[in-house]
Design a protein around this ligand. Structure first.
Ligand code: PBG
Length: 323
């Protein structure tokens, strides 16, 4: 009771505040998404993501060495596949010499300790831009799971430490886990995009990879953003099927989901601060309406406070420079 208790006492100086700080950001919290393209010496700007780039494979080694030296120890790879290699079944995704498989090898050769995570989904490889195989206008579940399992295996064979299925098909974690176990990849980690919502925040990413759906939307597989409890079901099923890490995506608009999962499961939880979230802050900062660095750090810290163990963010490098 006032004045015996005064809440401001512990806020009186920066040192006192630091002593009682409940949550911290560290370089080891971050996962750095990387966009990879074919070609040489290419570093392409992405219109809606100022300051973020697509890089050709020959620039990857230098990039990951620099990330490693900053204390950033995990990367999440996405590839932009040339149109003539796209088909309904994402055949190119299984090519052992494909862009993803080569990128994994290049990074593991350059920095063997770097934790290499890979996106497992058909959309960058699909002529329809969907995360699964299309039959009569529908995204068919089980045939997709078979391909995703082979795709994850192919990433593990190329040297990936973590496979990250972002497709939201049912049973894909079990399919992938069984396939990895059968082929003796007992230690490959599965980070499942468990609570991935059908979100309009993914727009800039789809531009970056040229992976926007050719028809319809992703609402028959990604979650409805009106739902909360369903996220817990999704995460629990993925864990039962063999996921080691579960993810919530997008980030800022879904902090409640992050907190719900933190309170109902013990598995490590990742959050993905997606492209649209990055773009919004970049745009507001360009206009001089928001202080870029301060808002960035406040948002990133909020993920830790809400219960995230890991943060996939396009801000990772900029944030670590400020720590
Ligand atoms: C596709 C995938 C998407 C993102 C990651 N993996 C887009 C989508 O589901 O359409 C979005 C990431 C971002 O917006 O930063 N499987």
């Amino acid at each position: 009771m006032y004045p015996i208790q005064r809440n401001r006492r512990l806020r009186n100086s920066a040192t006192l505040r630091a002593l009682i700080q409940e949550h911290h950001l560290a370089p080891s919290d971050f996962i750095v998404p990387l966009f990879v393209i074919e070609g040489s010496q290419k570093k392409e700007a992405i219109a809606a993501m100022p300051g973020y780039y697509r890089r050709s494979t020959d620039l990857l080694a230098k990039k990951v060495k620099s990330l490693w030296n900053m204390g950033l120890k995990s990367v999440l790879l996405f590839v932009k596949v040339p149109d003539d290699l796209k088909d309904n079944k994402g055949t190119e995704a299984l090519n052992p010499e494909g862009l993803m498989q080569r990128s994994i090898q290049i990074i593991k050769n350059a920095v063997p300790e770097m934790v290499v995570m890979t996106d497992v989904a058909l959309d960058p490889y699909s002529s329809f831009g969907h995360d699964g195989v299309v039959e009569y206008g529908k995204i068919v579940n089980d045939p997709t799971v078979e391909i995703l399992s082979e795709m994850a295996l192919s990433h593990a064979q190329a040297g990936a430490d973590v496979v990250a299925p972002s497709d939201m098909m049912d049973g894909r974690i079990l399919g992938i886990r069984k396939c990895l176990e059968e082929q003796q990849f007992h230690d490959t980690v599965i980070m499942s995009y468990s609570a991935k919502y059908a979100s309009s925040f993914y727009g800039p990413f789809r531009d970056a990879l040229d992976s926007a759906p050719g028809f319809g939307d992703k609402k028959t597989y990604q979650m409805d953003f009106t739902n909360r409890r369903e996220a817990i079901t999704e995460a629990q099923r993925d864990i039962e099927e063999g996921a080691d890490i579960v993810m919530v995506k997008p980030g800022i608009a879904y902090l409640d989901i992050l907190r719900d999962l933190r309170e109902s499961i013990t598995t490590p939880i990742a959050v993905y601060q997606v492209s649209g979230e990055y773009s919004m802050l970049k745009a507001a900062a360009e206009k001089g309406w928001l202080g870029h660095d301060a808002v960035m750090m406040e948002q990133l810290l909020s993920f830790k406070r809400a219960g995230a163990n890991l943060i996939a963010s396009y801000f990772a490098e900029e944030a670590v420079k400020l720590l």
